[in-house]
Design a protein around this ligand. Sequence first.
Ligand code: NAD
Length: 499
Amino acid sequence: MTIAATSLPRLPFDASLTYINGAWVGSSSNQTCDVENPATGTVIATVCENSKDDVDAAVQAAYRAFHDGPWVNEYSGAQRRDALLGLASAIEQHRSALELIESINVGKPIADVRVEVDDTIDLFRHFAGYADKVEGRHIASQTNQKLEGYTVKVPVGVVGFINAFNYPLNLLAWKVAPALAAGCTVVFKPGPQTPLTTQYFAYLLETTGLFPEGVFNVVLGGAQVGQALVDHDLVDKVGFTGSVATGKHVIRSTASTANVRATSVELGGKSPGVVMPDVDLDRTAKLVVSGCMSNTGMNCNALTRLWVHRSIYDAFLPLLKAAAESLVLGTPQDDATEMGPLIDRRQYDRVLEYIRIGRAEDRASVLTGGEPLEGASGYWVRPTIFSNVSPEARIAKEEIFGPVLSVLEPFDSLDEVIEVERRNEFGLAAGIFTRSHKDIAKFTRKMRCGTIWVNNYNALYSYLPFGGFRNSGFGRELGYESFDGYLATKAIIDDVSSE
Ligand code: NAD
């Protein structure tokens, strides 16, 4: 298959620099990092890789902006609201360039990126609405009438964000919009594979002229840069999105620094879906395939463990196969494309290794896919479905982060599914497809997951909190819960009888 090498549009900023303390600066170590188009495997830009000293400069800038600058000390909530609304408008004005860059850098179908940018704009407007609604409570003493107690909510301070590569712009908005609305200042590190729209975002924030220097800073690079940010003692909160292994390391690191600090970690998943016998099988097969293969399976909440009731198992599998085989793979910038490549060579090798592991499973077999896309030079793997997989097989239990669905051995009762899923190490999401309200109620009550989809999968909107149980992490993004996560509570006790 021929995949076109779409050219990157001209960037309105210098990609070899990053944004620290209101200025574009290079790396003090002069290190650089190549950025690829994963659809072709070719280099599209070279960005700087920051040093530990650069991270220190960014955190110091955010610290000064927080303690001494106008963002926290002079701006009202309404002024911060207006700044965020201005930023949303700037993103909207530049959306076509952002969409194209995101599509090229992530290898994501342009139609999906348009939805992501819509959501990003909406998120900034949504959280702008919280900025002027920071409220405390009056709590009366029941024993001493001379005392007045009340709470005030204050921003937690400097937030260090570390992002995954898979939704560079959207996940940035999940984090940055509520943090800025709450009055925090930010140092943000994108995934090393996908820095370009984060830099573009910094450029837009600068051009609004509404954010004082040091309020938002970007550092670029991989593990060492992330580690320097996590270890910095002037960071008050760490917000991390990534794999379980790195997330556990981040939690240990934040507990080992001189000051303990608030941490939220959004980690991986191995999310189950359950198909009961009373549904429209054709429609459900399409929903399952898109629930798994959307973003080439590189979704933390991807539906990757599928339970199909024994009475429909044989009828359902050919529909799943047909739905997977009908997905349009092609140049991500074409409107018709539904699935793109994996992000890089490492992820490509990892997915092929899991397919090899699946093929070696005793009873499982490949229903469709199971191989790279022939003739393409980037990181392409065909949508792959294994059937008759034991729930204990590695491909059924471990996060693959690619277009690989494990259809488990058939089941007979929902209780049996719930019992097995209790041992799932993750708890990010789950889905059920049925008309039975009794089964829906049982499933939504018993499953220990942050998000449960009923007769749909993957639908998200900014106002609903998102996050995990168990190894999928803790803390919530989106919705009021995430905004509240960037606020700390102070209790004030006033002796009103004093002069
Ligand atoms: P990753 O863990 O490899 O990297 C995540 C980020 O951590 C990157 O920016 C990386 O540079 C940084 N990092 C690496 N080592 C570090 C260290 N020692 N200290 C600090 N930072 C460090 O994950 P990835 O491959 O970028 O993303 C895929 C993973 O992210 C999957 O497991 C996926 O499920 C998860 N994810 C979760 C959510 C969610 O909301 N729960 C959303 C998207 C992705």
